[in-house]
Design a protein around this ligand. Structure first.
Ligand code: ADP
Ligand code: ZN
Length: 734
């Protein structure tokens, strides 16, 4: 290919296509068409499909044969994808070792938004009406239409006539249509509404954030304070500053913290409800929000993880509340950590980012100790607003409580506290992070345990549905009448507690107490969860029993007792974050007690009273616990002092998967500061009918681990029956 073969008119356009490939790919610019700008969303032929893609900034590196190029398809009727968002796509693709096109899909997930904007026909009078004879009714319609062009139904209503009258006018050409893009009004938050008067510590933190917003500082902050210390009030002040500056704000919350309570609070502060983006919103709403974002019309969006990918045009502030929450990490597909990606987006947008938490992640705490561009500045809110002291935490040592066969799962200390609370007319919360009735079902006669046919997992008994259910793949079967192994009838024994069983126990012991169960089984939609929460707020419920759904964000003034049924639940298993996560969760839950004027109590049942997590809870010495954890990680070279990547190979035939895993391991380049461990069967060796082998990569921090992984994995060919998923900085070790 010499330059002579390229006539000047032959221009190519680099496009990243929403397909699981890297790109950008070259397309031929049709003659006479202007060169599209980077970010323009286009439709392009790809294989046998036509897919949306985005015009990329940099041309592809390799030379191509223009004879084989396909022509660029039409540009779609939306503004270009903003540059910081394109950089984010490239960044996340690199960090997660994912194809760029697959990451781009996250940013273009709302397909309907890429279509023509929705239009309606409005009608105005034709110019030559003077000569026509009109009935009085028709005249009324024409007068209305002359005032303002409107849809037919609106005109009929305004003129007080039937639809047929208007229709006739349209048919005879007396009213002429014109199509108009539907303009949806957006609620505009008012940043100047009277805010609360911040206390001294809050005001100092808020001032620093407002300053950073106004000056467009590219800085990261950790807003660190106990539950109730006013973190939300402080970042609301920063949001107000952002809105006043005419820029847009993006707030990320874990899905389950995005409650109606949060929205109501936002509405009180800013006068209008927030625009929310989460799993439950319908596709029409999704489309509206996405388009409003890219058109720069929506001043603020609050949403779960995926809101990070909204094409907001001029972001002035990003907030990640409950930044430690592991739901910010996506484990499948593009395995990205939304908090880290939000940090990157803030850098690209050149705006400040605020991470808020009462129990910050170790990664974030370590980053506050660092210097340089990755540094996070720590802003501390020292106490609860008002003077309610944090509730004391009492450890209930289950080892010294002899369990009688019939005694249930609440130790006498907890049962007594519950009785006293109910007698005082106050409310209690019992927390157990396990759905269903019992985690294990077995035959009393032969010991047969019921396991999932598709997964290496036991089936959980669900009494509400009278079924045994797998929590990994959704398999379920009716409670069996006889044992499939020995045939004994009515010998099903249910072992261990789930929340449903605790609810039964409470109803049995305290028949007069009004109870409610809050789990993903009883509240499958945000609305159902909100209804239960409202019941507790109105004190129509005395005892709330629930899984981690109850841990977050709710404020219940009459709730004075929190009982943790099994404090040890999160501590087992080979997860490097087990202790950290357990502490965070239990600390959050215990924060639900006694938030108003009534003092609260927290009781944590455990078999491990000397575990560092229990000690830290009892002494409320969070910082010492974090320091000890950090030291341990540092010694072990574990994150964030070293990096990990988990590679899972899976497929329907175990031998194929094992062979592929061995083949992959052998292909790993030898480098002293990277170790490849495995392959070994994953802890869940069979999942949804697929066998799973795992490789774990450990690297020193100075290694560019994603780059190293690419160099290793790209040349390797795996059989088509085996799938490889890559998780850099994994949270899930199953
Ligand atoms: P956090 O986000 O740290 O858990 P919040 O911002 O939710 O804390 O504050 C807890 C409660 O105290 C909220 O009801 C909040 O409105 C109230 N609050 C916090 N700071 C103030 C203040 N300066 N003036 C009045 N109320 C406040
Ligand atoms: Zn299963």
């Amino acid at each position: 290919m010499t330059p002579d073969l390229f006539p000047d008119s032959l221009k190519t356009v680099p496009v990243v296509v929403t397909a699981p490939l890297d790109g950008p790919f070259d397309y031929l610019l049709p003659e006479g068409r202007a060169m599209p700008v980077p970010g323009e969303v286009v439709a392009v032929p790809f294989g046998r499909q036509v897919l949306p893609g985005v015009v990329w900034d940099h041309p592809p590196a390799r030379a191509v044969d223009p004879g084989r190029l396909r022509p660029l398809g039409p540009s779609l009727p939306i503004p270009p994808l903003p540059e910081p968002l394109r950089r984010l796509v490239a960044h996340v693709a690199k960090e997660t070792v994912s194809p760029r096109g697959q990451v781009l899909k996250l940013a273009l997930s709302t397909h309907a938004a890429l279509d023509e904007p929705r239009t309606i026909d409005v009608y105005s009078p034709a110019a030559d009406l003077a000569g026509r004879k009109l009935t009085p009714k028709q005249r009324q319609v024409v007068e209305q239409a002359a005032l303002e062009a409107r849809p037919q139904a609106d005109l009929a209503r305004a003129a007080g006539v039937s639809a047929a009258v208007v229709k006739k006018l349209v048919e005879t050409g007396a009213l002429l249509p014109e199509s108009r893009i539907v303009e949806e009004p957006w609620p505009i938050p008012d940043p100047d509404r009277v805010q609360v008067t911040l206390n001294e510590g809050q005001a100092a933190a808020a001032y620093r954030l407002e300053q950073a917003v106004t000056a467009r500082e590219s800085a990261a902050f950790l807003l660190d304070g106990v539950p109730g210390s006013g973190k939300t009030e402080v970042y609301f002040a920063a949001i107000a500053a952002c809105l006043k500056a005419g820029r847009q704000a993006l707030v990320l919350l874990p899905e389950i913290a995005l409650t109606s309570q949060w929205s109501a609070r936002f509405a009180r502060a800013f006068g209008v409800p927030p625009v929310t983006w989460h799993a439950d919103i319908g596709s029409a709403r999704r489309r509206k929000i996405w388009r409003a974002a890219i058109e720069g019309k929506v001043p603020l969006v609050v949403g779960a993880r995926s809101a990070l990918w909204l094409p907001l045009q001029d972001i002035g502030l990003i907030v990640v509340d409950e930044e430690h929450d592991t739901s910010f990490k996506q484990d499948d597909g593009v395995a990205y950590q939304a908090r880290d990606a939000a940090m990157a987006r803030a850098r690209f947008e050149n705006c400040p980012i605020v991470l808020a938490s009462a129990t910050p992640s170790l990664e974030t705490v370590v980053a506050t100790r660092r210097d340089g561009p990755d540094r996070i500045q720590r802003l501390v809110l020292p106490e609860r607003h008002g003077s309610a002291p944090p509730p004391p935490v009492e450890i209930v040592d289950l080892r010294s409580t002899k369990r009688r066969r019939d005694s249930g799962f609440l130790a006498p200390r907890l049962a007594d506290a519950l009785r006293a609370t109910l007698e005082r007319g106050e409310q209690a919360l019992l927390f157990l992070n396990r759905r269903g009735y019992a985690p294990l079902s077995l035959c009393r006669a032969c010991g047969h345990r019921f396991r999932c046919p598709n997964c290496s997992a036991w089936l959980t008994a669900h009494r509400l549905r009278r079924r045994l259910q797998c929590h990994h793949c959704g398999f379920s079967m009716p409670e069996p009448e006889h044992c499939p192994e020995c045939g004994t009838v009515d010998a099903l024994a249910l072992s261990g507690p789930g929340v449903e069983r605790i609810a039964d126990e409470v109803r049995h012991r305290f028949p007069k107490a009004r109870t409610a169960l809050l789990t993903s089984d009883t509240a499958t939609t945000a609305g159902q969860a909100a209804a239960i929460v409202e019941g507790v707020e109105r004190h129509q419920i005395d005892v709330l029993i629930g899984t981690q759904m109850v841990a977050k964000g709710h404020h219940f003034p009459d709730l004075t007792l929190v009982g943790v049924v099994d404090g040890d639940l999160g501590l087992s298993g080979g997860d490097l974050r087990a202790a950290e996560r357990s502490f965070q969760l239990l600390y959050q839950v215990s924060g639900r007690a006694g938030r108003a004027d009534k003092p609260g109590t927290v009781l944590v049942q455990t078999h491990l009273p000397n575990h560092p997590v229990m000690r830290a809870l009892a002494s409320r010495d969070r910082d010492r616990f974090i320091a000890a954890e950090i030291e341990e990680r540092e010694e072990g070279g574990l994150p964030p002092f070293g990096r990990l990547a988990s590679l899972i190979l899976s497929g329907p035939r175990q031998q194929d998967v094992q062979a592929a895993a061995r083949h992959l391991a052998l292909a790993a380049p030898v480098q002293p500061s990277v170790r490849v461990l495995g392959p070994a069967p994953a802890p869940i060796a069979l999942l949804r009918g697929r066998w799973r082998e795992r490789l774990l990569v450990r690297a020193s921090p100075e290694i560019d681990l994603p780059e190293w992984l690419r160099g290793w994995l790209e040349p390797v060919r795996l059989p088509s029956s085996v799938m490889l998923s890559i998780d850099v900085d994994p949270y899930d070790f199953l």
